[in-house]
Structures are given as C-alpha cells and as structure tokens.
Design a binder for this molecule. Structure first.
Ligand code: 5AD
Ligand code: SF4
Length: 472
C-alpha cells in the first residue's frame, strides 16, 4: 500500500486530496496521474484522510482479500465522511482501480455513500465525475447512487492526461503499455485492465522529457505486459520495447532505464540486444515464470514451457552476463502435485534469482482456473509457499553477499533513516545505504559494498575524482 506524498508547495492550495494506493507499480503511477488530473481543480495531495476534501482508494484485485480490505477501509472512511458532513463540510469518496472495475455495482450496493466508482481506463474523466458528484449536496449524495464509470473507452486516457507536473523524483515511473491479451487462466488483468495497448513513442518521449526536466534520472517503463510493447514512432513505424529503450536512452539527462513486467514469450531479439548495447538499460529483469512444471504452465495457459523460459534467460545472460533476475511464482495452482512443485524448486535452483515474489494461488471469480477441479488445500499451499520462500530467501542472501567488496554506481533516491545517510539503488535494484553528503541526493556515486543483509546492502563512497556517472 503506497501513499501519494504531499509536495512542499501544496499548502497554498485549497482542497486536500488523499489517495490510498494498493497493489502494483501501475497503480502507483495511476494514483500520481489522478493527482495530476485533479490539480487544476485545486486539489493537492495530503498525507492522511483526516480533513481531506476528497479520498480515493486506488484498489487492486489481483489476489484475494483485496476487495474485503477495501470494504473495511470504506467503513472507516464513512465515519470520517459523516463527521465532516455533520460539521457542514464535505468529503468526496471515490473507489478507483481494478476492484472498482470488477465490482462496480457491488460497491454501489454495499457502500452507497461512495460518490464515485471508476475503473483504470476512466480516470482522465475524473474532473467531470467530480463535478457531477459535487453538484448534488452532500446529504443527497449520501442517499443517491453516485457516479459509476467502468467503461473501456475507445479513446485512450493517455490522450487526455496533463503533463508530468506533479511527479518530481529522481526515479520515476512511466506507463508505456497497458492491458494484456495473454489470458493466463488464474489472472484478472485481461478483464480489469482490458486489451493490450501501447502508447506511441513520441507521446512517451514527451512525458519522459517532462520527467527529466522535473529531476528524474531513472525511468521505469511500466506495463502489465511491457515487453509486448509495439508503439508507433514519428514515422508511424512499429517499434518494440528494445527500440523504445534506445529512443529514450538518447534523451539528455536520463541515466538509467528499467522496465517491468515482462512475459517470457515477448523477450524478442531487439530487447535482448538492447541489454547488450544500451548502457543506460539496467542489468535487472523481472521475468515471471509462475511454475517450473510444464503440465502446470500449460494449465495456466502461459504460452511458454520451462525450456522456453530457460532459453529466454540464457539469451539475456549471454547479452549481459551480470544480469540480475527476479520472478513471480504461484504455488498451489489447481492440480499442482508434489512433483510439479518439486519441479518449480528445481527451476529456481537452476536459474538463481537475485530476488522474487511468490504467492499462494487464489481463485479469482470469473477466471477459468477458479472453476478447475483439484483445488489444492490451503495447508498444502502454505507448506509449499514456506519451502519456496526459504529457497528464494537463501538465494537473495547469497546474491547480496556476492556484492561484498564490489563497487558500483548507486543512484541516491532519498535520505536514510539515520542522520547523514542516503539510500539509493544498485544497478541490480538492491537498496544500498551509505553515509554520504546530502548534496549527493538525486545523483549517481560510486559505492563500495561493505555489508550485506537479506533485503539491502550497506556501502561506503569510493573517493574518485570527477566520477562521470557511467550507467553501471
Ligand atoms: N493467485 C495468485 N497469484 C496471482 N498472481 C496473479 N493472479 C494470481 C492469482 N489468482 C500473481 C502472479 C503475477 C503477479 C503479479 O501476481 O504471479 O505475476
Ligand atoms: Fe495476467 Fe501477466 Fe498472464 Fe497477462 S501475462 S494474463 S497480466 S499473468
């Protein structure tokens, strides 16, 4: 869960906007864009829902319990809203994101005090929705049905969004692709985010230039299936993700590029070559595999088998031998046997991960896998997840230990918890804590790693005259 932080200049603006973000980086990006869209209406981000004029819950539907969490949070917010209305004030309450998309009508039924419900493809129309919602008095809205927009409009929201004004930060997200046509049998994304769509290159380049002007030195390109990217360039020619990365790497001031999330099927030669040739492209790839069993991969409709995945990893590592890999795993998919699970552990041992995410399979209503026989008992899922996470934790610790004594460029993103400390990221996406002068904030510096932990590193600045800030 991530909050949109207030900016120093916000205090002069009249209305307070609180956004609570659940789920993925795409949602974090969407929340920032919602704040951008609402800024011209006088809304400025605030850090708590208390006293806010508008509260948006930007929700996630990917795994279970997400929607129940939303309803209990709504219950708490209702009390705040009632308090404000009782004292003559008002609070517009909105539910956004994938739960809104999947359960819009249900939200209106269970929480009629919610003013606005809108899906991920509709937030460029927020100003209009806010205007409609606030036209009615607070009391009338309390009883009324509110505004619902969960359409998949033919026009792209990206054509209607303002520039990157609200999104300062040295490490920025930029959405380049959205939706998915893969239809893995466990996944809600094709239903909540809709069909695969790529933004055109010039539009992305303009947003990247804006972000750089606001201080970004690293940009992470986002998409549910980001390496399926196929946008048109200025000449109308189709460009893959590798081509887009080359284009952006040429922008002055941009020092690091990352992308997430990839699909093994779409790891094409252009992207692999970019890993070999583009210095700004960081040597870290999040490449979900989900399972190490061909039988389960087929039942998941993943469109790749274990060999295809290992081949994609080999090609990447040949192009960039120091590449760090991350992945997603699901344990307890319907029909998963002890042998299928053992095959997943074997794959993890064979590949070696710098870090990874792992989940118990959670049946999502409306997805094909939810209706499959042989659902795995909860206890078995729990045991398998614990074993898988123990192996991944061991690999992550080993990966971090291997950095000891090595030096690499760290991009400092924020002050650390201790005075005089800065926190940045290694090229391999590890958090690195360093005692460093504050003027290195938002800059690259060469750091020698002195301590390794399970989830982060510590290091010391390497004295080096005029470090030019090479990518790695
Ligand atoms: N159950 C468990 N994990 C899931 N994921 C997606 N859908 C489900 C589900 N129904 C995981 C996948 C995906 C990540 C974003 O979330 O591993 O890659
Ligand atoms: Fe979901 Fe990813 Fe599969 Fe698309 S490729 S259906 S987003 S898991």
């Amino acid at each position: 869960m991530v909050h949109v932080h207030p900016r120093p200049s916000d205090c002069r603006l009249a209305k307070k906007l609180f956004i609570r973000t659940y789920g993925c980086q795409m949602n974090v990006y969407d929340s920032a864009r919602m704040a951008d869209v609402l800024a011209p209406l006088g809304y400025a981000p605030t850090a708590t829902p208390q006293g806010a004029d508008m509260v948006i819950l930007n929700t996630c539907h990917i795994r279970e319990k997400a929607s129940e969490k939303v309803y209990s949070e709504l219950g708490r917010l209702r009390r705040l809203k009632d308090e404000r209305t009782a004292t003559g004030g008002d609070m517009v309450l909105a539910v956004a994101g994938c739960v809104a998309q999947a359960e819009g009508e249900e939200i209106r039924r269970r929480a009629p005090y919610v003013d606005i419900v809108f899906g991920p493809q509709a937030y460029h129309r927020l100003p209009e929705m806010v205007a409609r919602a606030t036209r009615a008095s607070a009391a009338a809205r309390h009883a009324g049905p509110g505004v619902l927009d969960t359409s998949f409009p033919v026009e792209s929201k990206f054509d209607y969004l303002p520039g990157a004004s609200g999104r300062q930060g040295v490490s920025a997200f930029l959405s380049v692709q959205e939706g998915c046509d893969k239809f893995c049998t466990f996944c809600v994304v094709p239903y909540t985010r809709g069909a695969e769509f790529s933004r055109p290159v010039p539009q992305i380049a303009t947003e990247a230039r804006d972000l750089i002007a606001l201080g970004a030195r690293e940009i992470t390109l986002l998409g549910q299936n980001v390496n399926a990217y196929h946008g048109a360039d200025e000449q109308g020619r189709e460009v893959g993700l590798g081509g887009l990365i080359r284009h952006l790497a040429a922008l002055p001031g941009l020092q690091r590029i990352r992308y997430t999330t990839s699909h093994p099927r779409d790891m094409d030669d252009g992207l692999v070559a970019a890993h070999r040739e583009v210095a700004e492209l960081m040597p870290y790839v999040h490449l979900p595999v989900q399972s190490g069993s061909d039988r389960i991969l087929a039942a998941m409709n993943r469109k790749h088998d274990v060999d295809d995945y290992r081949h994609a990893v080999d090609r990447l590592r040949r192009a960039r031998p120091d590449l760090a890999l991350s992945s997603d795993f699901i344990v307890g998919f319907p029909g998963e046997t002890a042998a299928d699970f053992a095959a997943t552990l074997d794959l993890i041992r064979a590949v070696g991960y710098a870090q990874a995410y792992s989940f118990k399979y959670s049946p999502r209503p409306g997805t094909p896998a939810a209706a499959l026989p042989n659902q795995v008992p909860e206890a078995t899922k729990g045991e398998r997840l614990a074993a898988l996470q123990a192996l991944l934790a061991e690999q992550q610790q080993g990966y971090n230990d291997a950095a000891l004594g090595r030096s690499f460029a760290v991009l400092f993103e924020r002050p650390g918890r201790h005075a005089g400390q800065l926190v940045g990221r290694s090229p391999y996406n590890q958090a690195v804590h360093v005692t460093a002068p504050q003027d290195l904030l938002c800059k690259l510096a060469l750091v020698r790693i002195t301590h390794s932990k399970s989830h982060s590193l510590e290091g010391a600045l390497v004295k080096q005259p005029a470090f030019a800030g090479a990518a790695t």
